[in-house]
Design a protein around this ligand. Structure first.
Ligand code: LMR
Length: 364
């Protein structure tokens, strides 16, 4: 169990021993996989480049391992499979994509280490997990609609954020949508006072940790795959996530109350190992970029409707009370969370926050 009651000054809320264990585990898995995966990927690509005129379908295809932490039946899960289908078909089998859902290969922050080491080639982590300026998009009540969020990531701000990943050895290919987060807990969460003293799970983002502290609760950073058991056993009192993640992880089975707060946004960046990507033959890379464009359009067309459907399904189970705050209550929440913006300027460039707000306020 990697529950970590953290504070803002912690390194993304992970304690040292867990980080060390994670790094060692990742490194040893990576060491074994590097030999096979990169041999299968990079050196084979070089061989293919030379032999492409005579051998259009190599005996051993280029392997892309795509790891993610959510269920298959989510927008991200289905789009990962769509990318596999398109990539394999359009390269005539020269590329094979293996999709590993549900933290089968790596849990939350482990997966970024695995990508750095080349133990996997493709991920789609939540933006919160990249840290730094990406955490600007975690600011509470930053967006009031999907369209606002899309204008930010589809414009120069989004392009700059993906560009900044290059220095970390990643290439950002696309933004994939999920949607607005809601809170669940084992008691009603109606006024901001209701959060006092509750242990609430958040992703590894200083902005999210600050948000929960501002509400007087005790933030706990942990991997998604551990949340159900932590809620069930009472180690955690509540959590925030999108309806589709709550439903597909069955979190509503172990909570008594849900508040449709829509207080924050959850979205993803699809990233690849830059070294792997740059070594691909140009024609293969172009084909894969096209497959990613179409998989992205597919993902972004699913997310909003999936969340509406998931919330209805959760309500229909009758297992928990669903509370929809009115605009007066939400204004109080928004007001209570304003200080998070100032505190977050310690790790988010204030100019970025102003730029996002300017896009939000511009006419559509
Ligand atoms: C979470 O950890 O709650 C999310 O990042 C999971 C996901 O990938 O949607």
């Amino acid at each position: 169990m990697d529950i970590d009651h953290t504070n803002v000054s912690g390194t993304h809320g992970e304690n040292k021993s867990r980080r060390l264990a994670t790094a060692l585990t990742t490194f040893s898995i990576a060491a074994v996989q590097l030999a096979s995966v990169w041999a299968l990927g990079i050196t084979e690509v070089d061989a293919q480049t030379q032999a492409s005129a005579t051998a259009p379908v190599p005996a051993r295809p280029i392997l892309i391992q795509f790891s993610h932490v959510v269920a298959v039946d989510t927008a991200k899960g289905r789009a990962a499979l769509k990318f596999k289908e398109l990539a394999e078909a359009r390269t005539g089998g020269q590329v094979r994509v293996e999709v590993y859902p549900n933290s089968q290969l790596y849990k939350d922050r482990e997966e970024l280490d695995a990508l750095s080491l080349g133990a996997v080639q493709m991920l789609a982590p939540a933006l919160s997990k990249f840290g730094g300026d990406f955490e600007a998009l975690d600011l509470p009540f930053l967006f009031t609609s999907h369209a606002q969020y899309r204008r930010v990531v589809d414009g120069p701000i989004g392009a700059r954020m993906l560009q900044n990943l290059e220095s970390r050895g990643f290439r950002g290919l696309a933004f994939w949508d999920n949607g607005f987060k809601v809170f669940t807990a084992n008691r009603p969460l109606q006024s901001v006072q209701d959060f006092k003293g509750l242990r609430i799970r958040v992703q590894a983002s200083k902005t999210l940790v600050t948000q929960m502290k501002q509400l007087g609760s005790e933030p706990s950073v942990s991997s998604l795959s551990n949340v159900h058991e932590a809620l069930r056993s009472g180690k955690l009192d509540g959590q925030e996530n999108t309806p589709i993640n709550i439903a597909s992880q069955h979190l509503h089975d172990v909570q008594t109350h849900l508040t449709v707060s829509n207080h924050g946004y959850l979205a993803y960046a699809v990233v690849v190992n830059k070294y792997f990507w740059d070594k691909l033959p140009a024609d293969i890379r172009t084909t894969l970029e096209g497959a990613m464009r179409d998989a992205t359009a597919y993902e972004n067309s699913l997310a909003e409707a999936d969340n509406i459907r998931a919330l209805k399904q959760i309500e229909a189970t009758g297992k928990l009370n669903v509370y929809v705050p009115d605009s007066r209550v939400l204004a109080q929440w928004r007001q209570a969370l304003v200080p998070v913006y100032q505190t977050s300027e310690a790790w988010i460039d204030p100019a970025l926050i102003s730029d996002i707000e300017a896009v939000n306020q511009a006419p559509p």
